[in-house]
Design a protein around this ligand. Sequence first.
Ligand code: NCD
Ligand code: ZN
Ligand code: ZN
Length: 349
Amino acid sequence: MRASFMQEITIRRPDDWHVHLRDGSVLREVVPFTARMFGRAIVMPNLVPPVTTTALAKAYRERIRAAIPAGVKFTPLMTCYLSDDTDPADLVQGFRDGVFTAAKLYPAHATTNSHFGVTSIKRIYPVLEAMAEAGIPLLAHGELTRSEVDIFDREKGFIDEVLVAVLARIPKLRIVLEHITTTEGADVVRAHADRMAATITPQHLLYNRNALFQGGLRPHMYCLPVLKRETHQLALRKAATSGEKTFFLGTDSAPHLRHLKEAACGCAGVFSAPVAIQAYLRVFDEENALDKFEAFASLNGPAFYGLQPHEERVTYRRRQPFSPAPVRIGNEGEIVSLFDGENVEWVAA
Ligand code: NCD
Ligand code: ZN
Ligand code: ZN
C-alpha cells in the first residue's frame, strides 16, 4: 500500500447508505455529524421498540429532522424493521407514500436490538414477494444466528443457507447485503450484480480481527458482523476501490455509550460518524484509488436506489492531523469514536 500525493479531492456530496442514529439524547448528539457530512442516509430501524410501521417511521423521521442543525441540508431515508408479523400492505403503502425507502431484515438475535427480528425467512416470504412486486429493496444483516455456528462463518452461512434460497425463490427482489465482511460476501454480490449491492464499513476496510486483540481486548473494535481475517479485509479493499457499481458507502456507524462497550458483555457497534469520510479516504489513499472514491461514496448508492446523485460538490483537503473527541451525551456518559486517541487526516475544505 502506497500513499499517493494528492492533497485535495473534490467529489459530489456523498451519502451514507447504512447508519444508526438511535433516539432521544443520543440522536440529538449524533445526527449533526452525519447530516453535515452526507446529503442523505439510510437510517436503520433497530430502535427499542423497532420501527415496524409507516406511522412509527414517520414519527421517527420527524425526530431526526428536528436534530438536523439549522442551515444543513440532509435527507433521512427510512427503513422498515421486518418481523414475523410485518403487514405487507402497510409496508407497500408506506413505500408508495415516500416514507419507506427499503425494509431491513434482522435475523432474530443476530445483532444489537434484533430480538424482534425474523425467526425464519420462510415466515416472511409473502412480505418479500410483495416487496419484489412493489420494487422495495431488502436490506439484509446477513448472518446466521444459530449458536453452534462459528461466529467467523456466520456471513458465509447466511449466504449459503438463506440468501441463495431467497434469490432463487424471488427473482425480482432487489437485495443489499449490508456491511459485508468476507470474500464470499463480495463474490455473491458480484454474481448477482443485476439486482444486488453491498455496503462496506470503514472498520472492515481498515482492520482485520487482529485489531480486536491488539495488546489486549479492544471493545471499541467490536461490531457485528465481527472483523474477519486479513484475506477478507483485502478482498473488501479491492471491492470498495474497484469502482464496481455494486459496492457503496455504508458506515454502519453504531453509537453505544462507553460504559456499555467497556463492559463484561459489551455491545456490538463502531461509532464512526465523526470521522467517516476521513476513514474511507485513508483507505482509498493507501490503495492509490482516490479516483474511485466518488463512485463508491456518491454515485453507486444513488444508482442502486434509483435516485439522482447530488449536484453539490465537496472538497476534502489533507490537513494537519486531528484527533476526534468522545461525544458527550448529557450526564448519561460519552460515546467513543473510531480513531479515538489517533490522528485523522483530511477535512472538508
Ligand atoms: C449495530 C447496532 O449497534 O445497532 N451494531 C453493529 O455491530 N453493527 C447493528 C448492526 O448493524 O448489526
Ligand atoms: Zn447489521
Ligand atoms: Zn448496522
